[in-house]
Design a protein. Sequence first.
Length: 341
Amino acid sequence: MEKKNIDWSSLGFGYIKTDKRFVANFKNGAWEEGVLTEDSNVVISECAGVLQYAQTCFEGLKAYTTEDGKIVCFRPDLNASRMADSCKRLQMPVFPEDKFVEAVVETVKANAAYVPPFGSGATLYIRPYMFGSNPVIGVKPADEYQFRIFCTPVGPYFKGGAKPITIRVCDYDRAAPHGTGHIKAGLNYAMSLYQIVDAHEQGYAENMYLDAATRTKVEETGGANFIFITKDGTFVTPKSDSILPSITRRSLMIVAEKYLGMKVEHREVYFDEVKDFAEAGLCGTAAVISPVGKIVDHGKEILIPSGMEEMGPWTKKLYDTLTGIQMGKIEAPEGWIKEIM
Ligand code: PLP
Ligand code: COI
């Protein structure tokens, strides 16, 4: 298969329209089979549930070309089950989890020419999503839904790739206790836009959100979970009911323990502790592992000892092992890699 003529290594994290996308409709209480289509436009009622009351959720995962030329994706079953959780919380019908994985495979296969080559530094980002499509004017769930998957080749989420970033402590909250922070609802991202635009204007790459109830504990950023490394090499990552259960973070906890022999702590992390960590990073599908070099708290700078030049040594080991597993250079735990073609 001939690849598209794209300058893979200069890609940022943006949208490039590919050839095919998957669409399935939910009507009269049932999902239709779904098809691949070339039509990238969505036509819905002006009163669709998604447009009036933001009834929508999404997922994000990536396809990779391995060293031996296969196309694979990483733990799509976990995206399927997280999307099921999002749908239940938003009163949306679950797209069957096995069908979700099949649809991901079909969509990637149909766009194989857009999967960046091994070693190019780029990957194919896959975006499954669902929304209420029929008219809803009283506040209630829609009766009809559309589930779609498109994909787009992407480079690094943060400019500069693996260079450490500077973030700031945000004065706004991302998610309420007992709210929707643990699911991938579009509304969580809509309400973060004001903060991210402001952060960028002030020269910060991301916002560090604290827990809304006490503002003493580290939660996550707008699009990634945190990982920290203590001075004695322990892997620490925040536990909270109001953050997204990152698949990357859950995988890194296993990589840290089983591949790198690190002690792993998944626990509440107080902001006061952050100054004592040796390394810090953001992790997620888009972020992969993005090292954090500086955290600014209302003018007070916390300089992470690993610095602003490169990833800290443990972060680098975690990064190399995780991406090595994703790209077929390192043997993966059972069931982590879904071969597409
Ligand atoms: N946290 C938020 C708010 C996110 O949007 C994402 C991205 O999906 C993550 C964390 C990382 O999750 P994952 O590793 O499953 O991509
Ligand atoms: C992802 O990592 O897949 C996300 O959805 C995060 C988003 C900020 C792009």
